[in-house]
Design a protein around this ligand. Structure first.
Ligand code: ADP
Ligand code: MG
Length: 242
């Protein structure tokens, strides 16, 4: 690909801090780096060619490039540059310094419904954008949602990790892994136990239930979810106290 540059160029443009690992995933590690001229901080994701066949690398970079070509989105990680050597691919990405939502949830235990609703709204807006340009993320989880800053209550989040992303012909249905799709369809909707939901407002319960529907025709789309009363903050005063 003409957009992939050789590794020598990377080192002349960026200074990589190989001693600090920002995060680790299935295919590679992520390191902090700095632009030598501007001093701007970025993240470098190093992906071993051994662990990723060209198809999965392509899906990640293709998705990030398509996002870039479509103007990007405030809640989606931006790709800045792409390098390679014989063994690895190197993706230069925006640095998102606040850590994973996963760790944040473990540290703070929970979010208020108002905070959660705002964060979910940001994620849904990212997903609606992806779907509108024919991309399905396919690996949405708290490890792949990063906080722009580590400050509870006012964070902005960015969706990362397009290693499982697929191109979709959206109106023709999503081209997913058949085995995974069968497993999802054959499982009943997970029960919403009283213990899990007793503290939630009725509209939060309805929102979760609508998203957990295993039938894709019945399940809320990202666009429809953005219109749900729980996201629009149209909870009644009583619900807000709950
Ligand atoms: P994998 O595809 O191997 O799962 P990810 O893209 O999810 O790799 O990155 C692994 C981890 O590295 C993330 O969960 C996160 O903690 C960290 N990370 C990834 N991208 C960034 C970034 N742009 N800024 C800061 N940390 C990042
Ligand atoms: Mg990941």
């Amino acid at each position: 690909d003409s957009r992939t540059k050789e590794i020598d160029q990377l080192h002349s443009i960026y200074k990589v801090d190989w001693g600090t690992v920002l995060g680790e995933g299935a295919f590679g590690r992520v390191y902090p780096a700095k632009h030598r001229d501007t001093g701007e901080k970025v993240a470098l994701k190093k992906i071993s060619k051994r662990y990723t066949n060209s198809t999965s690398f392509r899906s990640e970079t293709d998705a990030l490039l398509r996002i870039y070509e479509n103007g990007g989105h405030p809640n989606i990680l931006g790709l800045r540059d792409l390098y390679r050597d014989e063994k690895y691919y190197y993706l230069i990405l925006d640095l998102v310094p606040g850590g994973e939502m996963f760790d944040h949830l473990i540290e703070y235990g929970s979010y208020s419904e108002d905070d959660a609703s705002r964060l979910v709204q940001e994620i849904l807006s990212a997903l609606a954008f992806l779907h509108s340009i024919g991309i399905t993320h396919a690996d949405l989880k708290a490890e792949n949602i990063l906080l722009c800053e580590k400050k509870q209550g006012s964070e902005t989040v960015k969706l990362i990790d397009f290693g499982c992303a697929r191109s979709v012909l959206y109106h023709k249905g999503i081209a997913t892994d058949e085995e995974i799709e069968d497993r999802i369809k054959s499982n009943p909707t997970p029960p919403m136990t009283h213990q899990l939901t007793e503290h939630l407002s009725p509209s939060a319960k309805d929102f979760i239930k609508s998203l957990m529907n295993p039938d894709p025709d019945q399940r809320l789309s990202a666009v429809a979810a953005l219109r749900h009363s729980w996201i629009r903050g149209e909870r009644t005063p009583t619900e807000k106290i709950l």
